[in-house]
Every structure is written in C-alpha cells, then in structure tokens.
Design a protein around this ligand. Structure first.
Ligand code: ZN
Ligand code: ZN
Length: 350
C-alpha cells in the first residue's frame, strides 16, 4: 500500500540565531537520490540544539533552520540510489547527516573527523519536524521492536557518552567520574559505564540530583554545592583518583577540576562544549602524572550500532519527559537554568 506523504507539515523553525522559535507549517522536504525520508515520531532535545539556536559556536549555520538531531521514526521515502533501506523500516536521525566517504578519516572508519560532513540541526534541517530528509548511509538502523519514544536521546547523548567511555580506555572495575551526572548526557553515561563494568562517581549540584544519580547506578556522588574541594572528595572516594573523567557538564570550571582529580596515568575526556571555554594544564604535573587529555565527538556509524544495541537489550533506560513540539522554547529555558533531570522528548504529532 503506497504511503501518503502530505505537502506540508508541522515544524519548529527559526529565521535568525536566538530569534523566535516558530511552530508552524512548512513544506515536506523532497529527498535527493542518496537520501531517505523519515516520518519523525519523536525527537530528543539536546543541549547542542540550544547552542545551535543561539549561534553559540563559530560554525556556519543554515538559516532559516529546523533544529534537532535525535529523531526516531519510520522510513516513508527511499531515494533511487539508496541501498539497504525499505519503506516501513525504523530509522534514527542523528547529528551527522552525511560524510564524504573518501577522505582519509572516512576511509579509516573515523568519519566523525571528516572535514566536509553535514550536520542535522546545524547546517541541514533537523528533526524538529514531522518529515526529515537525511543521508541513507549515516541514518541509524533501528530494530523493528525498539521503543521509538525513548531511543531519541540514545542517538546523540547515548552515542556520545558511549564513545567517550570507549575512548577513555577505562577497564572493568575502574572508576569513572562523570560531571553533570544528572543531566541528559550524564544520566546515560552512568548507565553505559555500569554496563561496561566501570564504577561511577557522579558530580552534580543538589541532593535531589544525588538521589537520581545513585538510582541510575552511581556508587558515589559529589555535590558541588556543598563540597569544599571537589577534587579532594573524588580522590578520597576513588582511593587515589578516577581512572577516567568524563566531562559532560557544560562548565569550564568543571573541566578544569577534572585534570586535578584524575588518577595517575588516567584519561580526561572532553565532551561538553561550553562556549569559548579554555583548559589550562600544568605541564609538570601532566607529564609526571602521565595524564591523557582527549576530545571525543559524537560517534561513528559503528559506535551508533553498538550504543543502540545496549539500549535495545534493556541495559540503558532514558529518563524522558514527552512534550509537544511547540514546547521547545520552554525546554530551552529550563535547560539554560540547569533545571532538567534527564531529557525532554518532543512528540511531533502534538
Ligand atoms: Zn545532541
Ligand atoms: Zn570524509
């Protein structure tokens, strides 16, 4: 039975960075020969969407822009050159829309470093719309029985923290300190870390967030609103410092601290992108402690497949709140105020 695709659809679109977020009708995109059209059912709202709307990063944005890069839905159109996708398949639309497939990074399956990649919700229209056209190769395959409502955050936050944990080279039984542990990235990072056999100390602010972090599997919690010395507390709790520090809090100060509490020969992973942040390290102690400081940016197609598999096997729960698309502005506001526990997901039918 042919699927009927409407001419227009609901979307959230903005004309200028920081300008009004218009919940309105726009045309359904036409797919190119290399693309699939995904009827987005749910889309997570990520901190990066807030940064993209405000234009916080010095990168070229498409304007006007439909934000969003954590979409989950059903394939309703397949471009003529596309292989491996059929109408009715479930698909995830994540940050990376496409890569060149030919540069040295793409050839080495490290396509997140491709210089000419395109990004959904940044320089391509993203998932805050009912129908999204996206490159078929980077679109994520979702198992037919997956929970579409909850999988969205896995497609960005999940992949990102999973890749970060892999990049940290932390081994089962070792400690990982997670900053911003109660947030959208942090809450998933705790669960992936547990699933990988790591021990977690979460860092965040307030008793309520502490309860939440422990309910997700963190063994210890350091509250920056009451701790007199975060680094000292983490070193005490981990008996010598965390083997890995996963920086998912959008805070320059938190990143700076992580260099202090990481253990001898440990690894600091940088993930969150506080605007214009700098990290200053003392060369002597970095050399003597033999610390590795490593950036980790989203994940490859294969990281995506693995991250989805952990979720599909029930090892990762996404604490989500579902709201309508028109609520994006309120969600951004709460995000800026640091009030969100877990993650908001937009239901594109509302
Ligand atoms: Zn994201
Ligand atoms: Zn490339």
């Amino acid at each position: 039975m042919p699927i009927e695709i409407p001419q227009t659809q609901k979307a959230v679109i903005f004309e200028t960075n920081g300008g009004p977020l218009n919940y309105t009708d726009i045309p359904v995109p036409q797919i190119k020969s290399n693309e699939i059209l995904v009827n987005i059912k749910y889309s997570g709202v990520c901190h990066s969407d807030l940064h993209a709307w405000k234009g916080d990063w010095q990168i070229p944005y498409k304007l006007p822009l439909v934000g969003g890069h954590e979409g989950a839905g059903v394939v309703v159109g397949v471009g003529e050159n596309v292989q491996g996708w059929a109408i009715g398949d479930l698909a995830g639309v994540k940050l990376i829309n496409s890569t060149c497939l030919n540069c040295e990074h793409c050839q080495q399956s490290n396509e997140t470093s491709c210089a000419t990649k395109t990004l959904n919700g940044i320089n391509m229209d993203g998932t805050f719309q009912q129908y999204c056209a996206t490159d078929a190769i980077q679109a994520a395959k979702l198992p037919a029985d997956i929970d579409l409502k909850s999988v969205g955050p896995i497609l960005c936050a999940g992949i990102t923290v999973y890749k970060g944990l892999k990049s940290s080279d932390a081994k089962p039984g070792q400690w990982v300190a997670i900053s911003g542990a109660a947030g959208g990235l942090g809450s998933l990072a705790i669960q992936y870390a547990k699933a990988l056999g790591l021990r977690v100390v979460g860092i965040d602010g307030g008793a309520e967030k502490g309860e939440f972090v422990k309910s997700l599997g963190a063994e210890a919690y350091v509250d920056f609103t009451t701790s007199k010395d975060i680094a000292k507390d983490i070193i005490a709790v981990t008996n010598g410092g965390a083997h890995a520090a996963l920086n998912v809090a959008s805070s320059e100060q938190a990143i700076q601290k992580s260099v202090e509490y990481v253990r001898q020969s440990g690894t600091v992973i940088l993930i969150a992108l506080p605007p214009n942040a700098k990290l200053t390290v003392d060369v002597l102690s970095t050399v003597v402690k033999q610390i590795t400081i490593r950036g980790s940016y989203v994940g490859t197609k294969w990281d995506t497949t693995e991250a989805i598999d952990f979720f599909h096997r029930g090892l990762i729960k996404c604490p989500i709140k579902v709201v309508g698309m028109a609520e994006v502005e309120r969600v951004f506001k709460e995000m800026e105020e640091g009030k969100i526990l877990g993650r908001y997901v937009l239901d594109t039918s509302k």
